[in-house]
Design a protein around this ligand. Sequence first.
Ligand SMILES: NC(=O)C1=CN([C@@H]2O[C@H](COP(=O)(O)OP(=O)(O)OC[C@H]3O[C@@H](n4cnc5c(N)ncnc54)[C@H](OP(=O)(O)O)[C@@H]3O)[C@@H](O)[C@H]2O)C=CC1
Ligand SMILES: O=C(O)C1=N[C@H](C(=O)O)C[C@H](O)C1
Length: 268
Amino acid sequence: MTPVRVAIAGASGRMGRMLIEAALKDEGIVLAAAFDRPGSAFIGRDAGEMAGVASGVSIVDDAATALAAADCLIDFTRPEGTLHHLALARELGKAAVIGTTGFDAAGKAAVAAAAADIPVVFAPNMAVGVNAVFRLLEVAARILDQGYDVEVIEAHHRFKVDAPSGTALRMGEVVAEALGRDLEACAIYGREGVTGERAAETIGFSTIRGGDVVGDHTVLFAGIGERIEITHKSGSRMPYALGSLRAARFLAGRRSGLFDMQDVLGLR
Ligand SMILES: NC(=O)C1=CN([C@@H]2O[C@H](COP(=O)(O)OP(=O)(O)OC[C@H]3O[C@@H](n4cnc5c(N)ncnc54)[C@H](OP(=O)(O)O)[C@@H]3O)[C@@H](O)[C@H]2O)C=CC1
Ligand SMILES: O=C(O)C1=N[C@H](C(=O)O)C[C@H](O)C1
């Protein structure tokens, strides 16, 4: 199969570096370009430098030039950056894999609109294990639909800027959907003061931030006399990177459409 040429946004970021390392080891992928924001101290440096490899690809600051050299954008930056890069990908007719989290409703709608013209994988977590957990949660929620309080607890490193994590929110959506609830109406984000007793239909979210925690997620189903916890713990960012490259290969040859990792993994 022809290798997929990828352009990696946010090349010097935690995920950007991991994606570059993974792309350089993957025979089905060509690192066509890596880019960062204008003014970044990393512009002009070899993209493989941080992985200890000479890639021959310099980090550039011109997203359009980077995308022109590629088949697929891979973007783990911030919502405003991603939407800018996605608009360029749309103009140039390139595919996009988006891992960025923290979008508001308008941002999500903009991603969906772009997918009318180009193929897009948009997922808050690219790791295979987390996507397996989404399915386990569906099953658990259907069985534990009476008498169990649902709480989503997540922990991440001190540098993370959005909360709850995109993964925690998706876990809440999966459980809410399985229980026939509307997450927007039933979510409780943190508690403080005299809150009163817990309302049965709510889904609670708790966020921990500290140190270098890569990403831990637990969904707790708490009943009277027993508790069930479904937990995923990330020990490395590599599973996110490998899932993203799998997503880039999945998009090859597709003309348009909005997909997530459940599609990529054939779990629908
Ligand atoms: N879907 C998934 O599987 C995963 C998703 N994520 C998500 O990916 C995103 C990035 O995470 P992480 O790599 O840890 O973050 P980092 O802060 O380490 O990296 C972000 C990168 O994006 C760049 N950037 C920031 N803002 C903009 C902008 N407005 N325009 C262009 N580039 C920008 C940064 O450049 P600069 O340094 O100049 O600011 C940096 O290179 C987050 O939303 C996170 O939640 C993370 C892991 C897995
Ligand atoms: O910012 C991170 O690090 C992560 N973000 C994603 C999220 O918000 O769910 C995925 C993973 O948990 C790591």
